[in-house]
Design a protein around this ligand. Structure first.
Ligand SMILES: C[S@@+](CC[C@H](N)C(=O)[O-])C[C@H]1O[C@@H](n2cnc3c(N)ncnc32)[C@H](O)[C@@H]1O
Length: 234
């Protein structure tokens, strides 16, 4: 089947994600990989802020999948900060079109995100913030319009979990360069996690050099393996 042009990121000649399984894929790769539900559950009733970093916001599919996961988790009173970055932001209308096929699964979440995202000035570089209130608690999206390394350096506090979703290293090596992975390592709490779909050797070595203890886990949707890492050394 031919992929419609709006689903392909023209800057990298690559799809934003697997259009058929992307919500389930995000849950498997990023949320199981980082153990986010276990970390949030372990916080108990005194919920402190939980900070997430994402490289590659795209159409916000990972964020929609996260809202869906948390909504069905039974957890409440959460305080989530979601820091993401996008060098080539899509307009809100295109975001809605890219996410459209997931409407039967997560329609109200798509509507909420697209509406909030529509208030962002995509022509202005640097941080933009929107609030997404959900039954599970508060979710603050801090979106950096610009380059990933600048965003990571601009974070004033380290993250508890990172979702690395910047196209594969063959299509977009810049998103996996050592300088960036080292900066991500520096902006991760000890005991924090990272997760991604690529098990490429340079990514494994790069994350290891950045202080993560990495391991492969079973893949999803035809992929043999995914990667997860635990920040063990400073
Ligand atoms: C695989 S797509 C992300 C999919 C996204 N997480 C989603 O769920 O919709 C990767 C994204 O990273 C962005 N990107 C690529 N290189 C970048 C860079 N150096 N800095 C910031 N964003 C970048 C691309 O424009 C693209 O939107």
């Amino acid at each position: 089947m031919e992929i419609p042009a709006y689903l392909v990121n023209e800057h990298y000649d690559d799809r934003f994600f697997d259009v058929f399984n992307a919500i389930a894929e995000a849950k498997h790769v990023f949320f199981q990989g980082s153990g986010i539900l276990e970390s949030l559950s372990a916080m108990g009733p005194a919920k402190k802020e939980f900070r997430i970093g994402e490289t590659g916001f795209g159409a916000g599919r990972v964020l929609v999948a996260l809202m869906d996961l948390l909504g069905s988790s039974g957890l409440t009173g959460l305080n989530i900060t979601y820091n993401s970055v996008e060098l080539h932001p899509v307009a809100a209308g295109r975001m809605a079109a890219i996410l459209e096929s997931f409407r039967p699964e997560v329609g109200p979440l798509i509507d909420q995100l697209v509406m909030a995202y529509g208030s962002i000035d995509l022509s202005r570089k640097g941080w933009q913030q929107v609030q997404l209130t959900r039954p599970f608690g508060s979710l603050t999206l801090n979106l950096w319009i610009g380059e990933a390394l600048d965003m990571v350096r601009a974070l004033d506090r380290p993250c508890d979990a990172w979702f690395l979703d910047g196209h594969g290293p063959k299509k977009n090596p810049a998103m996996w360069r050592q300088e960036l992975l080292l900066a991500i390592g520096e902006k991760t709490v000890i005991g924090g996690a990272c997760a991604t779909y690529t098990v490429a050797g340079e990514v494994r070595r790069g994350l290891t050099a950045a202080g993560f203890s990495v391991e492969q886990a079973p893949g999803h949707g035809g992929k043999k393996a995914v990667l997860r890492g635990l920040k063990t050394v400073r």
